[in-house]
Write a protein that binds this ligand. Structure first.
Ligand code: SF4
Length: 188
């Protein structure tokens, strides 16, 4: 059994936090696990919980469209979340839930070894970049952590709630495209 299979089994059997009680499916990730570019969101929503895949509801469709418009192919990135089970009513994960689940995300980072990580929304940015980060103020800024380039930007669900944020989100993704072209085009 390889390390990905072990990770899947660990997540599927996980009861480390209360979110396991209401899940339909554990949501681990989608996309190319050999990619150098990763997007990390907050947690699964209703559609994701039913299908067992992240970002497959309306917010995920918007993210895919945004990435397509910048000529990213689906096999050029991998998407995961801070928590692998759906928080009730799409609330933010509690700190103890996120802390319990981060072990799995860290394992995904070890297996994927991304050169670029884009944090989609405040929850991902808080756990991966800086606990005091403010998305509106800090979005679109690159931070290098241990050789990995990280950027916070809006969660696509925020763009659905407030379409006036779309131009800024597009600008952030354009920077991701440029960084990807600089670092990753021929690397995997
Ligand atoms: Fe386990 Fe993460 Fe699900 Fe909590 S959210 S039960 S830590 S897999």
């Amino acid at each position: 059994m390889d390390r990905w299979e072990q990770l899947f089994i660990k997540c599927q059997n996980c009861t480390k936090c209360g979110l396991h009680t209401n899940r339909s499916k554990v949501v681990i990730g989608r996309g190319n696990p050999s990619s150098s570019l990763m997007f990390v969101g907050e947690g699964p929503g209703e559609q994701e919980d039913l299908k067992g895949l992240p970002f497959v509801g309306p917010a995920g469709k918007l993210l895919d469209l945004l990435l397509e418009s910048l000529y990213f192919k689906q096999d050029e990135y991998y998407i995961a979340n801070v928590v692998k089970c759906r928080p009730p009513n799409n609330r933010e994960p509690y700190d103890e839930e996120a802390q319990a689940c981060l072990e799995f995300l860290r394992e995904q980072f070890i297996l994927i070894r991304p050169k670029i990580i884009v944090c989609l929304g405040a929850v991902a940015a808080k756990y991966l970049i800086d606990k005091d980060i403010k998305i509106t103020q800090d979005r679109g800024t690159w931070i290098n952590k241990k050789g990995c380039w990280m950027m916070p930007t809006f969660h696509p669900a925020a763009l659905l709630r407030d379409p006036s944020k779309k131009p800024a989100a597009f600008e952030d993704m354009r920077k991701v495209r440029m960084k990807y072209d600089e670092l990753c085009r021929n690397c995997k």
